[in-house]
Design a protein around this ligand. Structure first.
Ligand code: ZN
Length: 368
């Protein structure tokens, strides 16, 4: 059994995304409803951890708000000040599709700070690895605007904080959320010491980024890899992408620390993505990341919660990831598994293999 840290706070669930219906703003033609990014997926995930018994085995790492200086490692001063001011009034939109209510500046800072605390505890070997169940998510947030439900770049800021405050040199960030990790990509696009890899549904969000040819600029050329898979990709395509691209890339780059941006919207039941990954796919990917971390950086791995909008299904995918991190199996079984693991198309298809083959070429460009 490994010593796995866990960062969570009830206030994360109090971040208010308003009364949109899905992502449609409520109004005279749209009945008010629930925004896709609402607390229930996260609350049920944490509750399943408790019921499974695994929560009691995790080491609680208490979050602390990221400081203004820490947020500024990635975000512009003007943007941080704007969010603070809006949050003190009644909230608004942080940029493009990132609604928030009163107090979300403090909640988003606590999400980012939670990832920083957890990453430092792993770096200092207080724990072996960790999971940050934080909210709002972070991977779409850019330096000067929020996007796609994200306000601050939780992993981007934490990785920069590891560089600046702990002297960690080489960091890899692997993003399996169904959407492109555009914010994380932006944060390190010219940085040869941070390898960013995003595996996502081609052209979903943002539609103008995430292409296979985006490999970084200047001295960072080669340190960004995108694997834009076609809709309908399942466990077979994802596992193959990890075996053929992600794992060899990590092996070549030899990071001192690995972050995973863990979105569960690549799941077969997600309302926003069109992929078919099941909890066994997530389990496989997590296990490969743990093995990669064992091989290159003494197991130093932090998994950070991003998207995932299927209220009944996110908890089972998340539990599978945490079971792998801790290295135990609870008695909880994914009620969906046998049905969804066996549907046609779970195995890799030729048009999916073609994209993975193209992505493999990017490994040659990785600086070492
Ligand atoms: Zn997503």
């Amino acid at each position: 059994m490994r010593k796995t840290g866990f960062t969570y706070h009830e206030i994360y669930l109090w971040h208010d995304t308003g009364n949109a219906a899905g992502t449609f703003a409520a109004g005279l033609q749209v009945q008010p409803g629930e925004h896709y990014e609402h607390p229930e997926t996260k609350r049920r995930f944490r509750n399943l951890l408790e019921v499974s018994g695994i929560l009691a085995k995790l080491v609680q790492i208490n979050p602390k708000e990221a400081t203004f200086e820490q947020l500024q490692l990635f975000h512009t001063k003007g943007y941080i000040e704007k969010i603070r001011k809006m949050s003190n009034l009644s909230g608004g939109d942080a940029g493009e599709g990132a609604p928030f209510g009163k107090g979300s500046f403090e909640i988003a800072s606590l999400a980012t700070g939670g990832v920083i605390q957890l990453a430092k505890a792993v770096w200092n070997s207080e724990i072996n690895n960790g999971y940050a169940l934080v909210r709002p998510p972070g991977h779409h947030a850019e330096s000067d605007r929020g996007r796609g439900f994200c306000i601050f770049g939780n992993i981007a800021v934490a990785a920069k904080s590891l560089h600046h405050e702990c002297g960690v040199k080489r960091i890899a960030i692997v993003d399996w959320d169904v959407h492109h990790g555009n914010g994380t990509q932006e944060a390190f696009y010219d940085n040869p010491n941070v390898l960013t890899i995003s595996i996502h549904q081609d052209g979903l969000f943002p539609s103008d980024s995430g292409f296979i040819g985006e490999r970084g600029i200047k001295s960072g050329l080669g340190s960004n890899l995108n694997i834009p898979l076609p809709p309908g990709s399942g466990n077979g395509a994802y596992v193959s992408a990890f075996k053929e691209v992600v794992c060899p890339a990590l092996e070549k780059f030899e990071p001192d620390f690995i972050f995973v941006a863990s979105g569960y919207d690549s799941s077969v039941n997600d309302p926003l993505g069109r992929m078919m990954v099941t909890s066994s796919g997530y389990r496989n990917m997590a296990s490969m990341m743990i093995e990669a971390a064992d091989n290159c950086c003494n197991g130093k791995l932090v998994v950070v919660h991003e998207g995932g909008y299927s209220i009944p299904y996110v908890p089972y995918c998340g539990l599978a990831v945490i079971e792998e991190l801790v290295n135990i199996r609870t008695e909880i079984f994914d009620p969906n598994l046998s049905k969804r693991d066996e549907i046609p198309g779970q195995e890799i298809q030729p048009h999916q293999a073609e994209i993975i083959k193209k992505a493999v070429e990017g490994i040659d460009f990785i600086p070492n």
